[in-house]
Design a protein around this ligand. Sequence first.
Ligand code: E4P
Length: 213
Amino acid sequence: MKFFIDTANVEEIRKANDMGIICGVTTNPSLIAKEGRDFKEVIKEITTIVDGPISGEVKATTTKAEDIIKEAREIASINSNIVVKIPITEEGLKAVKALSKEGIKTNVTLIFNSTQALFAAKAGATYVSPFLGRLDDIALPGINLIEEISEIFNNYDINTEIICASIRSPLHIAECALAGADIATVPYKVITQCLKHPLTDIGIEKFRKDSEQ
Ligand code: E4P
């Protein structure tokens, strides 16, 4: 399974990239707004740090297929490794179909059931982003969705890659890997949580003390 980092914070991206864990980045309008910076400026800076796929999302106010296509072309022109993130709607899928014919990579987002994922793949999406955490938040097991999409894509040899999104804990990552997901996009906080284990801390402390003797 590959790892992307789910943030628009360039310091976090640098740190995760330096650790050798990530090979891509996902952003969304909320993550960009949190940084208080211009969308294009942030995405451009991210391209100077990471060579792999970088998802930049169309504005939520852009709803018609022709406008999504126009905006997607602008976003894709920022750099060759840009992937345009588009919410799953009827107009969104029309745009995905047209963009895939032009060779523009897309990440269809806000996926909450397996037929949405299947339709996005049919339209030509490069990636689909099912949201685990937000399903867990409403007491529906998000991991079931990843398992279903993974099984369906395997049944039909679908090449669209599954990006597990809305990851909230190290357990989510292990579950996604077991479910056969292609990618997990992980917030920096969860990356650091994954590195922690109380026995690691105790072991380091013991080795430190012993090496001082
Ligand atoms: C990334 O592609 C998603 O936009 C993101 O993971 C959503 O995470 P959240 O549900 O924690 O906001």
